[in-house]
Design a protein around this ligand. Structure first.
Ligand code: GDP
Length: 218
């Protein structure tokens, strides 16, 4: 288990935001934020639940009415006094994959998620969750493009999480990892890559370490 496991286990729902213009008015402390993004069904909610060792945490983001929101979860550390203090937020961004959605929904998603990823000042890192059998599709690349356009891109960290690895054989896992690492090498932001499985609990400590290392106080 990672030394950072306790930090993630402390995750608690903090607030939701429906419009990127509301971000500055939201009841959020000025803390570093790590965002989780991915196509719908990529395995993002399962990855957040596995990371935080909480079976239902991110599924709260899937309840009707919360699917098109930015959902913030506070991560806390216990102080010597016994009280705990929030030190960062995990931000669960709405999934993309638009086979079935109308133009208005798509435009709304672009504004909300694009607005957040392009200009949120507290954003220190992004975990891009992808099905290891179908990594780096067009929509994933669009999202990487938003991050790559930021002025502070060299300070931002990107982690490519190739999940559902239990569905791949050993050779296929190595191939997909190499392919994603080759893409990571060409990106303007420091980018790490890993194989993961929520189902088999594969790569959990590696994910905890990767996210913890994005936090300045870690
Ligand atoms: P989200 O839409 O990206 O939040 O995806 P979910 O976490 O809800 O997962 C979508 C589907 O993939 C569900 O049926 C999950 O049970 C399944 N799934 C998620 N993670 C894994 C995994 O590591 N391995 C396998 N085989 N299936 C997974």
């Amino acid at each position: 288990m990672s030394a950072a496991a306790g930090l993630f286990h402390s995750a608690r729902f903090a607030t939701s935001v429906a419009e990127s213009v509301q971000l500055n008015a939201a009841e959020l402390a000025m803390l570093p934020e790590v965002a989780f993004v991915g196509r719908s069904n990529a395995g993002k909610s399962s990855a957040i639940n596995t990371l935080t060792q909480q079976r239902q945490l991110a599924f709260a983001s899937k309840t009707p009415g919360r699917t098109q929101l930015l959902n913030f979860f506070a991560l806390s550390r216990r102080l010597a006094t016994g009280r705990s203090e929030a030190v960062a937020y995990l931000v669960d961004l709405p999934g993309y994959g638009f086979a079935k959605v109308d133009d208005a929904t798509r435009i709304r998603w672009d504004q909300l998620v694009g607005g957040y990823l392009q200009s949120r000042r507290m954003l220190v890192g992004v975990v891009l969750v992808m099905d290891a059998r179908r990594p780096l599709l067009g929509a994933d690349e669009e999202l990487i493009g938003w991050l790559a356009g930021r002025e502070d891109v060299a300070r931002l960290r990107l982690h490519l999480l190739l999940t559902k690895a239990d569905q791949l054989g050993q050779a296929e896992k190595s191939r997909v990892l190499r392919q994603a690492e080759a893409r990571a090498d060409t990106l303007p932001m420091p980018t790490s890559v890993q194989i993961f499985s929520s189902l088999k609990k594969l790569g959990v400590a590696e994910l905890q370490d990767a996210v913890a290392s994005m936090l300045p106080s870690a």
